[in-house]
Design a binder for this molecule. Structure first.
Ligand code: SF4
Length: 883
């Protein structure tokens, strides 16, 4: 059986995969047991990758002004229009907006073209939205953008602090490694710092549900407390750092003692004291942070407040200790390496005179950029003002993912010339493009990615490029050549990687952390067989798992810098009109804007539509009930989503996931609601804190449709669709009752096919309609409409679609909306790998008095493959009171 080793295209853990070609021309995906990121593990998303390889919604031909064309025409159009704008308005009038989904080789060519040849730095990446505050924090403290540690540190530490990170859902394999490490070492402590009680709290010994935005106060308090109690590493501080006195002086303002820190953060004093004591006495401490820290209008300061505590105790670059930023995207780190952030040059160089000169000579660049370009939010603002006239969006969907997304859409709509390279035909961004360029998808691409621990891995193709789809590096190089630039005659990604590695080594002499000198001459065979390797990889030396263990940093004097952090309030505070704080983030089984995960029936069973998670007490005060639709509105825009009510959400906060877009729901693009406040240093937007109002959304009717075919959604005031096994699942609501529901349903479900039979029921007193359409005895579609939002269960109905013949009795049951004896509604999917639903789990836990997820696994297999559902299984055991 042919097998190809490659890398997962989703999160920054960067798991290694083995893709096997099966005899029936399908593929199987499993974890690569030898890859150091995952050692064979996969999460639910990685496990379902084989379900996402179809050609549905694939962009396969270039399109110019709505007309398919050949590559020559498309490339000439892009090159000519960009050249025209540059000639008329200068290089600052064009921009690229790229993505952490790109491979390093693609990223390198995009950056080289913009910064070395067009002569502008207006190239920014969606990684700006994800971890640019970490980059800025690293550079301020270390003089370089270096993650000091490696994943093993998370297993070797004795205290793990997870702050602003729901790792169980966002970096699941890393989380599983921690769960295993804690099992191996029961003394290991885990602290979760997060306003929400998330799935990651499943392993927490302490959860600090701090006030949103107060992280810097908590870590300033820790620095102050460590100092007052003499827990500093005096020798390390003296020999290897500077700036401590000022950092301490400022830290004392807001956090002079535990009580003050606790009060500002709205936490219990005892809980904060426990954190401070554990930190002080545990040498092997790792602090992992992610978007909850970075996505803030003072994210860079928060990062430095964390790093300060590690510098103070000298806990950095040693086994089991250090600050650790985990990235969201698969190749956010690769983008940082090639300089795809607008304020960096390539190979971790900056816009100082020497670096500009060095990169210019290396590239033989005719028009080297000499100053930083616009960061993402500013870039789209410049587009809105008409200062940027031509924009090329590559492998990303800013119409959904940028804050104040409605304004971003307006900007792209009115842009003179918008080019979008993508592998999907229909996205919210491709809908606005003048030119569409078909790019390769995962499975077809060849190149490298770098994960959160600086480990470079190969992404290898196992599929042929379909029709006219091309590699991003090829598309960019072709445009560059047609614009008359030399230095872009690449034939293979290996040539680009060599150049990238050579630039990292060029006049480096140990002055820059990012050093791939050992790979600067890599040949085709070695590139093909390249094994996962962490940088730096210097000529004649071993790759380095950890950096800074020797106390040497990349600042001008070689000392790490303590940064004085004055805690700042969020960009905008709640007020009487917008009293709640909106927090956005990911759900377990979706990725970004769902162009890939939205194809997998297994993954979509977990959360079928977007939701607003509210605290029970807040919900009661607002007269909002579970399952109801709600409107979440800010000064920017609004969404209509389903209410999910629990006690995990902090009072005054509401969480809405980031994934849903106009392809999957009528009004669920939460970034239309998010305000565009940014961190003044990193430019990272504040996705975690937008004042909003939440109100019930009362429709005249509610319903759902299950159908083998997609249906027209224009007449619904609310709709959300998801892919289920062999069919589409629509949740619906409308503001106007239909005069004739049967007619309405028949029109929606296309009743004119051969062999069609209908079973219907209409109760005029209750305004309830139920209709099922059968073709040749098989259930083909069904519609349930009523005036209340509590409708019959869906999951057992979905199972009926797999039956060859639905008998008379079952048809009656379909109309009554209740499963028969021996049938049951499995409920929403909890374990995606084995499609085990909530109701099935609850029943078994109760029946068998199960007390552990392992016991559930023995009976139902749930949790025994990827393990991503383990926290939810534990929650269900508590809820049902198993045992
Ligand atoms: Fe992919 Fe999951 Fe691994 Fe992330 S944790 S890289 S999504 S398999």
């Amino acid at each position: 059986m042919l097998q190809v080793k490659t890398t997962c295209p989703y999160c920054g853990v960067g798991c290694g995969l083995v893709v096997s070609h099966n005899d029936d021309k399908t593929f199987s995906v499993s974890g690569d047991k030898k890859h150091p990121a995952n050692f064979g593990r996969l999460c639910s998303k990685g496990s379902a990758l084989a379900e996402t390889l179809d050609m549905e919604n694939r962009l396969l031909q270039p399109v110019v002004n709505g007309q398919q064309c050949d590559w020559d025409m498309a490339l000439d159009t892009v090159a000519d229009r960009f050249q025209e704008v540059i000639e008329q308005h200068g290089p600052e009038a064009v921009a690229f907006y790229v993505s952490g989904q790109l491979l390093t080789e693609d990223y390198y060519v995009a950056n080289k073209l913009m910064k070395g040849f067009i002569g502008s730095s207006n190239i920014d990446t969606n990684s700006r939205l994800c971890m640019s505050s970490s980059v800025a924090g690293h550079k301020r403290a270390f003089g370089s953008d270096t993650v000091p540690g490696c994943y093993q540190d998370l297993e070797q530490c004795e205290l793990l602090i997870l702050t602003g990170s729901n790792m169980a859902w966002c970096h699941p394999v890393l989380y599983q490694r921690i769960v295993q490490a804690k099992k191996n070492n029961p003394e290991m402590k885990v602290v979760v710092i997060d306003p929400r009680r998330t799935a990651s709290c499943d392993v927490a010994d302490l959860h600090l549900a701090l006030k949103p935005g107060s992280d810097a106060i908590l870590f300033n308090g820790l620095l102050n407390w460590l100092n007052e109690h003499n827990h500093g590493d005096a020798e390390f501080i003296h020999k290897h750092t500077e700036g401590l006195d000022e950092a301490l002086r400022v830290a004392q303002w807001f956090s002079p003692n535990v009580e003050a820190a606790a009060q500002h953060c709205e936490l219990g004093t005892d809980d904060v004291a426990i954190l401070y004591q554990w930190f002080s006495k545990t040498e092997k401490t790792v602090t992992v942070y992610s978007q909850g820290i970075n996505q803030s209008s003072s994210g860079t300061d928060k990062v430095n407040a964390i790093i300060n505590c590690h510098l103070f105790t000298g806990r950095i670059g040693q086994p089991g200790m250090g600050p650790f930023s985990v990235t969201g995207q698969p190749n956010a780190m690769g983008g940082r390496e090639v300089g795809a952030l607008s304020n960096q040059l390539a190979a971790h160089m900056d816009f100082d005179k020497a670096d500009i000169d060095r990169v210019e000579r290396f590239w033989q660049a005719p028009k080297m950029a000499t100053k930083p370009g616009l960061k993402a939010v500013d870039l789209f603002e410049a587009l809105h003002r008409g200062e940027i006239k031509a924009l090329w969006v590559i492998a990303t969907n800013p119409a959904v993912s940028m804050p104040d997304a409605y304004r971003v859409r307006q900007a792209m709509q009115q842009c003179d010339f918008l080019v979008v390279s993508d592998c999907a035909t229909q996205t919210d961004t491709t809908a606005l493009a003048d030119v569409l360029l078909p790019a390769l998808a995962w499975g077809e691409k060849s190149g490298t990615v770098t994960n959160s621990e600086r480990c470079i891995s190969r992404q290898r193709p196992f599929l042929e490029a379909p029709e006219n789809a091309k590699a991003d590096w090829w598309i960019l190089s072709q445009v560059a050549q047609r614009m008359g630039y030399h230095g872009f005659d690449y034939q293979r990604p290996q040539q680009i990687f060599r150049e990238h590695a050579a630039l990292s080594a060029f006049e480096n002499n140990g002055t820059r952390d990012f050093d791939l000198s050992a790979l600067a001459d890599i040949d085709a065979e070695s590139y093909e067989n390249f094994k996962p390797t962490q940088w730096p990889i210097k000529t004649g030396q071993q790759a380095q798992a950890r950096v800074f263990g020797n106390g040497e940093f990349f600042t001008a004097n070689g000392r790490a810098k303590f940064i004085s952090v004055t805690p700042q309030p969020p960009g905008r505070l709640p007020d009487i009109d917008y009293p709640m704080v909106l927090n956005t983030g990911r759900v377990r089984d979706q990725w970004h804007t769902m162009t890939r995960t939205g194809k997998s029936p297994r993954l979509n069973g977990h959360v079928i539509e977007s939701y607003a998670e509210l605290n029970k007490i807040d919900a009661k005060a607002m007269a909002i009930y579970p399952g109801q639709l709600v409107e979440v509105k800010s000064t920017q825009g609004k969404v209509i989503v389903r209410a999910s009510i629990n006690e995990s959400q902090r009072r005054g906060s509401v969480f809405v996931p980031m994934h849903w877009n106009d392809q999957f729901a009528s009004s669920a693009v939460v970034d239309k609601v998010v305000n565009a406040y940014t961190d003044p240093i990193s430019g990272q937007p504040e996705f975690k804190h937008t004042p909003v109002q939440v109100t019930p959304y009362n429709a005249a009717w509610y319903g759902f449709i299950l159908s083998r075919d997609m249906i027209e959604t224009a007449s619904f005031s609310y709709w959300a669709r998801s892919r289920r096994q062999g069919l589409w699942h629509y949740e619906l609501a409308g503001n106007q009752m239909a005069d004739d529901w049967a007619n309405y349903a028949r029109q929606l479900l296309c009743s004119d096919a051969q062999g069609v039979e209908w079973s219907e029921f209409f109760d005029s007193s209750k305004q309830t309609y139920r209709g099922a359409r059968f073709i040749d005895g098989q259930l083909d579609s069904c519609a349930f409409i009523g005036t209340g939002y509590h409708l019959p269960p869906r999951d057992w109905l979905i199972e009926l679609f797999s039956k060859d013949i639905v008998d008379r009795q079952e048809r009656m049951r379909v109309l009554s909306g209740t499963p028969g004896v021996g049938q049951e509604d499995a409920g929403k999917i909890v374990c995606s790998c084995f499609s085990v639903g909530r109701n099935t789990l609850c029943k078994k836990i109760k029946q068998m008095k199960l007390t552990t997820p392992e016991q559930i696994g023995e009976h139902l297999q749930a949790g025994t493959n990827c393990g991503s559902c383990m926290p939810e299984l534990r929650e269900l055991i508590v809820e049902v009171g198993g045992g």
